[in-house]
Design a protein around this ligand. Structure first.
Ligand SMILES: [Zn+2]
Length: 247
């Protein structure tokens, strides 16, 4: 009974948030055009003063400040992994963006990276040592994944982040999520792809990997969150989220 009521109330709740976000963002577009996010200012989706407040819920693209800050986190992480010889690959939405757009999916909200389980503690400790001043780093349990994830937040205030997932290597299989098991040969030896001006590591068989997670038509059709549901549409262009390079 309670479940039934919850199911009825959920769309109503999201509709109210949606309408609220719509009016707040419209109001801010008119009166407050220049709010961009930084280490000291909340990410745009959480900042009620931003014209991009709850942009993801409204089905809008990622603001240039957010995309640039996410790109900066990934750039630093890649430098970090290379410096310490840690094997990583980009994954999920970040890999889809790299393959389909050559950068971030225009409406993406985070960065996804995967490392082997045996490197997790080392990565967490070293990140804490080297990036404690730059970023806010935590380790959290994550439902549906094989283990904990390391989250690298842009700052304590600004929650733009990269998630560093782990994989487990068991009997010639790579376990990425509780349900997500791929053959070793699909992932290794690692491949490379461009992500804006960066060269980043990817699973060996990018196409197979993306089909597994996003379906066979991932190059032509995209999903976008609109209000409380996802909808599918045909892509009209392949531009990545816009970023500023001078950072
Ligand atoms: Zn922003």
């Amino acid at each position: 009974m309670i479940k039934k009521i919850k199911n009825i109330l959920r769309p109503i709740k999201y509709s109210i948030i949606f309408i609220f976000a719509f009016f707040v963002s419209k109001f801010n577009q008119i009166f407050n055009k220049n709010v961009t996010c930084s280490k000291d200012i909340k990410r745009c989706s959480e900042n009620i003063l931003s014209p991009n407040y709850r942009y993801e819920l409204l089905g809008k693209d990622t603001p240039i400040c957010c995309a640039t800050n996410l790109y900066t986190i990934l750039k630093d992480l890649i430098q970090f992994f290379e410096k310490h010889n840690i094997e990583y690959f980009i994954s999920f939405g970040t890999l889809l963006g790299a393959k389909r757009h050559g950068g971030m999916i225009p409406w993406d909200t985070d960065i996804d990276v995967v490392i082997p389980e045996y490197e997790q503690k080392k990565v967490f400790d070293l990140l804490q040592q080297e990036y404690i001043k730059q970023y806010n780093i935590s380790i959290d349990e994550y439902q549906g994944m094989v283990g904990d994830i390391i989250r690298v937040n842009y700052s304590k205030v600004n929650h733009l982040h990269a998630d560093i997932f782990i994989y487990k290597h068991i009997d010639n299989k790579i376990h990425l999520g509780l349900q997500e098991v791929l053959s070793y040969d699909t992932i290794f030896p690692l491949n490379e792809i461009s992500f804006y001006d960066l060269q980043v590591k990817t699973p060996k068989n990018i196409d197979y990997f993306l089909q597994h997670f996003f379906g066979k038509d991932y190059m032509d059709y995209a999903y976008k969150q609109w209000s409380f549901k996802k909808y599918k549409f045909k892509l009209e262009n392949y531009n990545p989220a816009q970023i500023r390079y001078e950072k």
